[in-house]
Structure formats: structure tokens, C-alpha cells
Design a protein around this ligand. Structure first.
Ligand SMILES: Cc1ncc(COP(=O)(O)O)c(C=O)c1O
Length: 357
């Protein structure tokens, strides 16, 4: 048996949608982008959604719209993909790292207040692996210190916090449609969601050369647009998102039952709807288990082996993140996608048990 770690879904509707764009001759800023933005905003229950070229672009543009600059500080977890924090540094500001909660792998609200200074401008909680961060206490702190809250929902399409969709909780939220994500655009793509009209308009302009007319550029912008072909694919994928989310939850439930007491399985907080972008277990001999699984045709991943604050381009001294540091050598992501069959899940679990014994 060979099991992919993640799989992209393609059907005839998706192929037809791509073909229609190719035949239309309209490749940017057309109806597909406009409608994808409307449909995605409706899905997240936000007033606005702005399609952009990647999740990284979504963070960069959000920070640019907020005017984040040198001297500013932005609070982020370190246990995340680098793109949560790198745009902060790219703009000359300073990412300030906060440790995670060991159960949900998301930023620990109890550790959030002490690093806040008069230079802090924003907090970026990450709904990592598809599990929402504990947003109420984070929101409270943001309000108390007058900070902008940006949800990094790149791994959490359709997740919920106390019944509210992620992407609709902070001032702004960002999504990625990278091919392995819970929904994709068959390439790179991203979205910013918000209820703030002024920010939505600013981000729309910033992604498109800051223009107000064809050759009138009101502000300094970039080209970080989402093209028509990915937008058309995204619209088709969005139609399946609820059904795929149910399926991911089915896969996780089966893994949980089969692996209970064998490895540390993921937890879903009682206020959370976890969408299992990744199914991450912990065990002492992570590398041995990973090799055993790979030897038996089971692809695995490590998300992430090096925390952001230890990356060569992001390194900072004197950062103490014991929970982050403790989990990086123990975490292993097992295959997770909506098409996994019971037989395949059983095979993975059997191979895990074979190694752990
Ligand atoms: C948590 C997180 N933030 C940001 C990003 C960046 O998204 P993209 O790869 O679309 O630029 C990703 C995606 O890989 C991610 O997982």
C-alpha cells in the first residue's frame, strides 16, 4: 500500500471551470475573483473577502494596510509556518514570540500579556493544524491594549470557535489555498476576510499596485492579485468544503480510536470545532516511527521541525519557549485527507502499533 500524506481533489466541474476561463480570454480581475470573494465571505460570515496571491501575501498586505513599520512589535507563536512571522520582519517590525498551549498547539493566552509593550500593534494567533486558538481571552487582551487581531486561519478553513467560524473573529483573518490545504486553488492563492470596509478596500488596492484608475496609483502597492483560473478552481472547491470537513473529522475520529494509548493523539477543546488540516501525534521515538511508516509506504510530515524563532533568517536570542521547544522532536503528522478509507486508516494505525508495541 502507498499512502499519500495529502491529496488534491480534481473533478470534471473543476476542469470545466478552468476551461471556461481559458476560453473567456479574461484572466485577471474578472467575475470569478469577484464571485469567489463574495462566496468565501459568505462562507466565513464576514462582510468582505479579498482574494490575493498566497497566504503569505495575505499577511503581508494585512500588515501593510495597518501601517506596521520599523519599531512596531507584533505578537506571534513560534510553533507555526514561518510565513506567520516573516512578513512582520520583512516590513522592518519585530515579531515577538509567545509559547503555545501544549494541548491545542495554539498561542497560550496566559502568556500573552507580559510581552506586550507600548510598541505592540497586533497579535496573530494561528489556528494551527485546524484547531482554533482560544480566541475570547486573546480578544479581551487585544481590546485592553488596543491591538489589532489578525487570525492566521491558513490551516483552518471551516473551523469554529464557540460556534463562530474562524476568519470572522478577529479584525482581519488570512487564509491560504496552497495545494495541501483543506481547500485549494490548484496552486498558490490566499484570502483576507474582514468586516472592516476601510481595511478591505485598502488591501484591495495594495494588492493591485495601489491603483484607483488604470494608471493612477494612490498608494505604494504591489502585484499580489489572485488570478481568474485559481479563483474559478477555488469556487468549485468551496462547494465541497463542508463535506470534506466532515470527512476529515471522520478520519480523525477513527485514528483517535485506533491509536488511543499507543501515541498521544490530538485533542479537541470543548469550545472548538477542529477541522484536522493535519493529524499530529506525539511519541518519544518520532524519527524511528516516521522511518518505519515511510518504509511501509505511509508518507508522514513534521509540522514543524524548527520553530520560527530558531530559523536562520529569524533568529532571536533570549527567547524562552519551553512548550514549543519540547514538542518539535516528538510531533509527527500522519496522512490526512478527506478521501482516506477506513482500510487505509486501519493500515496506518497497524503500522504505528507495530513500531510502538
Ligand atoms: C499557518 C500558516 N501561515 C501562513 C501560511 C502561508 O500561506 P502560503 O503558503 O499560501 O503563502 C501557511 C501555509 O503554508 C500556513 O500554514
Amino acid at each position: 500500500m502507498h499512502l499519500n500524506f495529502s491529496e488534491m481533489y480534481v473533478d470534471s466541474d473543476i476542469k470545466k471551470a478552468v476551461e471556461q476561463v481559458l476560453d473567456s480570454g479574461r484572466y485577471i480581475k474578472g467575475d470569478n475573483l469577484r464571485q469567489f470573494e463574495r462566496e468565501f465571505a459568505d462562507f466565513c460570515n464576514t462582510k468582505f473577502a479579498v482574494g490575493v496571491s498566497s497566504g503569505t501575501a495575505a499577511i503581508l498586505l494585512s500588515l501593510m494596510a495597518l501601517g506596521i513599520k520599523k519599531g512596531d512589535e507584533v505578537v506571534v507563536p513560534s510553533h507555526t509556518f514561518i510565513a506567520t512571522a516573516s512578513p512582520v520582519k520583512f516590513l522592518g517590525a519585530t515579531p515577538v514570540y509567545v509559547d503555545i498551549d501544549p494541548v491545542t498547539y495554539t498561542i497560550d493566552p496566559a502568556k500573552l500579556e507580559s510581552p506586550i509593550t507600548e510598541n505592540t500593534k497586533a497579535i496573530i494567533p494561528v489556528h494551527l493544524y485546524g484547531h482554533p486558538a482560544n480566541m475570547d481571552p486573546i480578544k479581551e487582551l487585544a481590546k485592553k491594549h488596543n491591538l489589532t487581531l489578525i487570525e492566521d486561519s491558513c490551516q483552518a478553513h471551516a473551523a469554529e470557535y464557540k460556534g463562530q467560524k474562524t476568519g470572522s473573529i478577529g479584525d482581519l483573518a488570512i487564509f491560504s489555498f496552497f495545494p495541501s490545504k483543506n481547500m485549494t486553488v490548484a496552486g498558490d492563492g490566499g484570502m483576507v476576510t474582514t468586516n472592516n470596509e476601510e481595511l478591505a478596500q485598502k488591501i484591495s488596492m495594495l494588492r493591485d499596485h495601489g491603483r484607483t484608475g488604470k494608471y493612477i496609483h494612490e498608494m505604494l502597492g504591489l502585484n499580489l492579485r489572485l488570478s481568474e483560473i485559481p479563483a474559478a478552481v477555488g469556487r468549485q472547491q468551496l462547494k465541497h468544503l463542508n463535506e470534506w470537513t466532515d470527512s476529515r473529522r471522520r478520519v480523525a475520529k477513527k485514528y483517535n480510536t485506533l491509536l488511543d494509548g499507543v501515541v498521544e493523539t490530538p485533542t479537541e477543546a470543548q469550545w472548538a470545532k477542529h477541522v484536522y488540516h493535519l493529524y499530529v501525534v506525539q511519541t518519544d521515538d518520532r524519527d524511528g516511527l516516521s522511518k518505519h511508516l515511510n518504509d511501509h509506504g505511509v508518507s508522514t510530515g513534521i509540522h514543524y521541525p524548527v520553530p520560527v524563532h530558531k530559523q536562520p533568517c529569524m533568529k532571536v536570542a533570549n527567547v524562552n519557549l519551553p512548550v514549543t521547544d519540547a514538542c518539535v522532536d516528538r510531533i509527527l503528522s500522519l496522512p490526512m485527507h478527506p478521501q482516506l478509507t477506513d482500510e487505509q486508516i486501519e493500515y496506518v494505525a497497524e503500522k504505528v502499533k507495530e513500531w510502538i508495541k
